[in-house]
Write a protein that binds this ligand. Sequence first.
Ligand code: ZN
Ligand code: ZN
Length: 618
Amino acid sequence: MFCYRHVQAFKPYNNSMHTLLFMESKENFQLLPEFSAGKGSDNFTFPFVFKACGGLLAIEEGKKIHAKMIKGGFDSDVYVGNSLIAMYVKCGRIEFARQVFDKMPERTLMVWNNIISGYARNGCANEALVLFHRMVQLPDLKIDLITITSLLPACTDLTDLRGGKCIHGYVIRNGFDLDVLLGTAFIDMYAKCGNIEISQALFNRMFEKDVVAWNALISGYSQNGYANQALIMFSEMRVSEVEPTSSTMVSVLPACAHLAALQLGKCLHNYIIRKGFEMDITLVTAVIDMYAKCGNLQLARELFDRMCKRNLILWNAMICGYGMHGHGEDALVLFSQLQQTGLKPDNITFVGVLTACSHGGLIDKGQYLFDEMTRVYHITPMAEHYACIVDLLGRAGCLDKAHDFIEKMPVEPGAGVWGALLGACRVHCNIELGKKVAEHLFHLEPQNAGRYVLMSNIFATAGKWNDVAKLRILMKARKVKKPPGCSSIEIGNRTHSFIVGDKRHPESERIYRTLDVLVEQMKEAGYVPDVNFVLHEVEEEVKEQMLFSHSEKLAIAFGIISTFHGTPIRITKNLRVCGDCHNAAKFISKIVSREIIVRDTKRFHHFKNGFCSCGDYW
Ligand code: ZN
Ligand code: ZN
């Protein structure tokens, strides 16, 4: 927060100087008595005073001075009016800014730009675009670069690709030079609207590429889920000798998190330290989030503990980290520490802490927190919060209660909420409720293969092969494509990916030989292959063979032969981990005395000494 200790206004015509004294907070806000008395208040002083009010977010004081300004008859002055608009925009009161704008007798370009960027910055993208269209039609107003660059974030907020393309067209038609500033604004807009190909094309055509342009492109790839591409652009950036900034690192770290590429993430962290980047809260949060998502909570926590200044985003990153790993108790301890700091938890904090309760099986505590969230913190629950509660009740086997909870929700239950209940139906083999829930899901998400697979798992477990077949026909009729399950493991600097029955890997022979030995040892230890997870009517023996070549098992076997004894094995799967592989991983963790950490689409599973952190509920 910046402060105006002194705001100086010069009166050039008589060469005297009025000094208006402001303190650093609005509580201490003071005007010199002579200003309050009406002396020295003219069209030169008002812009400074309004600027100071904006800087201090001193809206009430600003309003008083606004009244004074009208009384003094300065409301027709375009500079005074403009500074007033800027003040209201800064204070987030765009509606007052608009009133001033509408009453102004004369509007130059600067005033238009001010109000448009005000709308864009205050999340009123539509109004910004409407004003732009009005502005375009004014014959004696020439739109400039400032108008365009302040308007583009509005399209980004709306993810309004059409609006953005419109402005792009305007820029081309009117011969604007697509310099690095404007080019970057377009790269950012197209990326945020999900059109990263155009961003890349614009980037390629840019003559001069500065670090901001690189950052926009890298974060575009990262945010659109093209993690590999983000990492490739990052190394290209370094080759082209543009020095990365802290923002670059904040954009590239989520790419590692997405790929669960822990080694690479560590390299980036080392790079940050080596380059001497300032470890500010944003950067540290990105590093913590990366470590948590790559499955290394310990490193995340060390960094968290080292920070002496913590904001809510940092707390949330750590609490959510515990949540996704199912470390319920740790998340709760952190949550109560957060409450003691006086910071107010927000809806994301509660997603984290409720997830921790649901993944950690803390049923009563979870329900208590849900209640506290609404009653004490007045946070309106979102779909994620509801899904956590359904998950909790489901875990406890209270399926009817969970169903009842959904029926009584004040908002339309989404697929996430129904999905949580279907998961519970699978664990507790409740076919009747499962069928009802699946109907909702097939209606809400007709193309989501995972839902069909879950329901057919329920049928298969109960031996209802006819129903399994019917589901398969339904999927075919609706052209639902099941994405192939794929498990990845990072060894050295490379990520190795496997699909079911994969024989493409150079070490394939050794992988299958290792698996054969493991299966024998597992069977001796009491493992029974659960052939229900193979949804084909084939011979039992063939079913077993298919099970043993599941992608998770291939990746685990490869991990065992490629790392030193005792090293944890980290796997990432693009779908939910399958039930048989989950069971197998428990046995393997004990046989080879290794921790196996699997990140699937729902959560982290930490397999250790024959048990999984999820308590077999996921
Ligand atoms: Zn499997
Ligand atoms: Zn598990």
